[in-house]
Design a protein around this ligand. Structure first.
Ligand SMILES: [Zn+2]
Length: 109
């Protein structure tokens, strides 16, 4: 296993990402006023109660209570672990995920 992903990189990649664009690449969103809506991908429904806020960069479902940011969406929707979600986001931006070197460890990788 490689080292930890630096905190600043995580903050930076979240800041670079547009949650509307990312979710729209997986679930077709419809613009509704200032927000975007879709039928929730996390529960069965016929009328859309899944809302994505571009301003706040989070999603919220009034039906099942699913809520989070771009990383939680990837974790829930793609069923990824946190570091995998970061990797996925990095791939999306075509950048490489840096890893912190682990000090005091005799063997790395
Ligand atoms: Zn839902």
């Amino acid at each position: 296993m490689s080292g930890r992903i630096p905190r600043e990189f995580i903050d930076d990649i979240i800041a670079r990402s547009d949650i509307v664009e990312l979710i729209d690449s997986r679930v077709r969103l419809k613009k509704a006023g200032r927000n975007h809506q879709a039928c929730c991908p996390f529960h069965e429904e016929k009328s859309p109660s899944f809302t994505v806020s571009q301003d706040k960069q989070f999603y919220h479902c009034f039906g099942c209570g699913a809520h989070g940011n771009v990383i939680s969406f990837l974790m829930e929707f793609d069923r990824l672990e946190f570091p995998e979600a970061i990797e996925e986001l990095a791939r999306y931006h075509s950048i490489e995920v840096p890893r912190e070197k682990r000090w005091g460890s005799s063997s790395i990788g």
